[in-house]
Design a protein around this ligand. Structure first.
Ligand SMILES: [Mn+2]
Length: 283
């Protein structure tokens, strides 16, 4: 079975809530496996300015540039543990640099498809997926190669409808990304939705990058995230998704597990789920 190189990406520079930067170390300490841990500079004071629509952009770029270098130089497939979702800019672009023409499956309750023009908060973890399709390149100056083709990019688990997301939805529709909602998963089942997703990303591809944001899970089950969204998927559905992904292991060139925030967790519920997912994926 394929083993991943475990990379901890301890940054919460992309989000106003603190804590996700602590996640990777907590997880990696429990796993007790060889790993590489990158942590954000402890002296950084995150931007608190409400009018700042590029919060911590320089600091984030510096962190991601370093992460990108580490993953690009790693021969093995990488399992990158976040950190907020902005770390996936580095992990997935490093992966497409190594493998070219990859597809992308983004499992998340949010679209992460804002641009610098449409973000109302300036929290940059709301922008990474748009960046991976070639928008927001100020977030990826360290990368000179190809971006992910939007027609081979799929979001699964979206449900943050109550947010002011009109512009974001407009962005993602215009680009031609396929989006499946949490309701789609509940109505049609994991297998059917993932079969379709793999058809979209998988044909004539060198493989794909999978990015799993823990906030796709219901906050009653996994409260330890920075921006929880109610009515998420349950434990069995998580299990079914991981089993499905394991059945396609050869196609998956790199994997992220992001947004674990130990400061918001209750009784280590989210930590246990994160550890289970990693143990299943990396066995
Ligand atoms: Mn996300």
């Amino acid at each position: 079975m394929k083993k991943y190189t475990l990379i901890g990406a301890g940054s919460d520079l992309g989000v106003h809530v603190d804590g996700a930067k602590l996640g990777p170390k907590v997880i990696l300490d429990k796993l007790n496996k060889e790993n590489i841990l990158l942590e954000q500079d402890k002296n950084i004071k995150k931007s608190q300015d409400k009018n700042d629509l590029r919060k911590n952009l320089d600091e984030l770029n510096k962190f991601n540039k370093e992460l990108y270098k580490i993953i690009k130089n790693e021969d093995n497939s990488c399992l990158t543990i976040g950190g907020d979702h902005s770390i996936s800019i580095a992990s997935s672009l490093a992966s497409i640099e190594k493998h070219d023409n990859l597809g992308l499956i983004w499992i998340d309750s949010h679209l992460d498809y804002n641009t610098f023009k449409t973000t109302i908060t300036g929290n940059l973890h709301g922008l990474p997926l748009a960046c991976l399709n070639g928008l927001n390149q100020e977030l990826s100056k360290f990368h000179e190669g190809n971006y992910f083709d939007p027609r081979k990019t799929v979001v699964i688990g979206y449900r943050a409808f109550e947010e002011n997301a009109t512009q974001e939805i407009e962005n993602i529709k215009t680009m031609g990304v396929t989006v499946y909602t949490t309701n789609d998963l509940k109505e049609f089942g994991i297998k059917r939705i993932f079969d379709e997703a793999f058809k979209i990303v998988g044909n004539k591809t060198n493989g794909l990058h999978v990015s799993f944001d823990l906030d796709v899970i219901d906050p009653h089950i996994a409260p330890g995230v920075s921006v929880p969204e109610r009515d998420g998927i349950n434990k069995n559905e998580v299990k079914e998704i991981i089993n499905y992904l394991n059945s396609k292991k050869d196609l998956i060139k790199s994997f992220d597990l992001v947004e674990y925030n130990p400061l918001n967790d209750k009784d280590d519920k989210t930590l246990k789920i994160a550890l289970d997912i990693i143990k299943e994926i990396d066995k």
